[in-house]
Design a protein around this ligand. Structure first.
Ligand SMILES: *Cc1c(COP(=O)(O)O)cnc(C)c1O
Length: 360
């Protein structure tokens, strides 16, 4: 039986990449040892790292005005790194909040610097909604503007990019990076924990505008220091080498698949199949306003919560795993990142329809 894994993260990776990694597991590049067992400063590893960055730069069209860092500590590491590196005396870090992750970033930021939160949620009558970007009231002066373009748990995606005359725009793209075309120049820092669209957890990609490296910020651990990491080629300390290698393989795979615009078309198709079915059903619902529905994470609710356990058990028997919603929002959640094939979404909809007919 084919198993489709809808886990929100760590999420499924492209099967082709996993198979290649398996083949190379014990003997990478005819070295007779694994990529995990060699020095991160050895020539073959450094060559891999260089190609990895070049590949990501091609995929996202990242200019020379940005450094690309491969850091430790996942997405949450950056919740601390951003305020520590970008702090300015007397100016707050602005946190736009539209869900659980952006609130988490704000709380962590408040440990280190003055923060100001802007709540853009406008939920009404059981519909989860947000203010469009054009209506956000961003202050004239700020140390930085932090926001989360895709709230993984809430299933809310922001498709427009905020603009600011002076403050850098920082985006937590952990669950949306490489899923659709963006213009990197619209941002100043993009960061993403790897375990959704890139590779194994632990690694975090940080794309940072070089001019920001001049900021003094606050005293900080060297492993969270952008300037040190940039100078040291992300090797101030031993990097997560296996995760880095796998990320390189995923990037290579994405390029072979036609790059980010091909992914975007694929992702839009998948999301449409699922949302259209949910909207046409009396049995299931999605509570997110249409203009901000996530292409990556689709939360949905059954007519009655009392059927949740049965739904999950039968879904698992049908090879559809990890559909349980986050404990904070309940219901179900199907995460359909780049690696999820269209067949997986079709199988899910077929199962949902059968289940609904049996329990209506
Ligand atoms: C998963 C996720 C994180 C957390 O990443 P960790 O690697 O667990 O620290 C942060 N932000 C968003 C939007 C996420 O989806």
């Amino acid at each position: 039986m084919t198993v489709y894994n809808f886990c929100a993260g760590p999420a499924m990776l492209p099967p082709e990449v996993m198979k290649k990694a398996q083949q190379e597991f014990l003997d990478w590049q005819n070295l007779g040892v694994s990529v995990m067992e060699i020095s991160h400063r050895s020539a073959p590893f450094l060559a891999m790292v260089e190609e990895c960055e070049a590949s990501l730069r091609r995929l996202m069209n990242i200019s020379d005005e940005f450094e690309v860092l491969f850091m430790h500590g996942g997405g949450r590491g950056q919740f601390a790194a951003v305020p520590l590196n970008l702090h300015l005396d007397g100016l707050p870090g602005i946190y736009v909040e539209n869900g659980i992750w952006s609130s988490g970033a704000s709380q962590e930021g408040a440990k280190f610097t003055a923060v100001e939160s802007i709540n853009i949620r406008t939920d009404k009558d059981g519909v989860f909604d947000i203010q469009p970007v054009a209506q956000w009231h961003l202050p004239e002066k700020a140390a930085y503007i932090h926001y989360c373009p895709n709230e993984t748990i809430d299933g809310i995606e922001i498709f427009d990019v905020p603009k600011h005359d002076s403050a850098p725009i920082v985006a937590d793209m952990s669950s949306v990076i490489l899923s659709r075309d963006i213009n990197v120049d619209d941002f100043d820092i993009i960061y993403a924990g790897a375990q959704k669209n890139i590779g194994p957890s632990g690694l975090c990609i940080v794309i940072v505008r070089k001019t920001l490296l001049a900021r003094e910020g606050l005293p900080r651990p060297s492993i969270l220091d952008y300037t040190i990491e940039a100078k040291q080629g992300s090797m101030y300390n031993t990097p997560p080498t296996f995760a880095w290698y796998l990320a390189a393989e995923v990037f290579k795979h994405l390029e072979a698949m036609g790059g980010v615009s091909a992914m975007e078309a694929h992702n839009k198709k998948k999301a449409a199949i699922l949302y259209d079915y949910i909207d046409s059903s009396e049995f299931y619902s999605n509570k997110v306003a249409k203009h901000c529905r996530s292409l990556m994470n689709v939360p949905f609710w059954l007519k009655s919560d009392s059927l949740n356990e049965l739904f999950l058990a039968q879904a698992e028997q049908a090879g559809l795993v990890a559909l349980e919603g986050h404990r904070l929002v309940g219901g179900m959640r199907a995460s359909i990142y780049n690696a999820m094939p269209i067949e997986g979404v079709q199988a899910l909809v077929e199962f949902m329809d059968k289940f609904a007919k049996e329990h209506s």
